[in-house]
Design a protein around this ligand. Structure first.
Ligand SMILES: [Zn+2]
Length: 225
């Protein structure tokens, strides 16, 4: 597993396989830096929301270019938690399960779309195991939202969300203001494990390059404050 390796990042590190998807695709992860602050970036969880893909591609270089970041922060980048969904351009994984409803929060509700039980899917299991064992202080997850761009947060991340909002121009939207999300990653890791979770909702259909340009200062500012 990626944790054991702690790739030295002078050369940008190297990608390793965190887990394998339902259809056999690699879920890749990269560890950068060796600082005490532990931050996890998840480049996508819904296969039809790939607006954060450019950010995921650019983030390693931006992190390495930031003076001293490697000494202050250990950053794990998960490229795409749902490579099958990305390939098919579907929200769910290869089983049609919405991975962001498959986490063992109290609110989890078993169904065909949420999974027969929490963590039934290899993709959600991989993220769940990583977060439970590594215990990052902050997790950022890239999503896309139709007609709107904002940040949402779970757990002790209000201040982080507000800082992100100031830097990016995205508004902060409270969880209560948006849809009910049983079994979501944020409701498990944020509310139940107490990990700060920042959900970045890029505007659906936004140009990924422009999305990164607009938010890179905010992303780097919360990863390495
Ligand atoms: Zn989403």
């Amino acid at each position: 597993m990626v944790l054991a390796e702690s790739v030295t990042a002078r050369d940008g590190g190297s990608w390793s396989t965190l887990a394998t998807s339902v259809e056999g695709r690699a879920i890749r992860a990269l560890t950068l830096g060796h600082g005490p602050r532990r931050v996890l970036w998840v480049g996508g969880i819904h296969g039809d929301e790939r607006e954060g893909s450019q950010a995921t591609d650019e983030l390693p270089a931006a992190f390495l270019a930031r003076s001293g970041a490697e000494e202050r922060v250990t950053l794990i980048v998960v490229e795409d938690l749902n490579p099958d969904g990305t390939e098919r351009k579907t929200r769910g994984n290869g089983h049609g399960v919405d991975l962001n409803r498959n986490f063992p929060a109290e609110s989890f509700r078993a169904s065909g779309k949420h999974g027969r039980e929490a963590l039934s899917e290899p993709e959600s299991r991989a993220l769940g195991e990583l977060v439970a064992s590594w215990r990052p202080e902050l997790v950022l997850v890239a999503h896309g939202w139709r007609g709107r761009e904002f940040v949402n947060f779970d757990g002790p991340a209000r201040e982080v969300a507000e800082r992100f909002a100031v830097e990016s121009g995205f508004e902060v939207v409270e969880s209560e203001e948006i849809e009910v999300t049983p079994g979501s990653f944020g409701s498990w890791a944020g509310k139940e494990l107490g990990v700060a979770v920042l959900t970045i909702e890029y505007r659906r259909g936004a140009d990924p390059r422009e999305a990164w340009e607009r938010t890179k200062g905010a992303v780097m500012g919360v990863i390495d404050p």
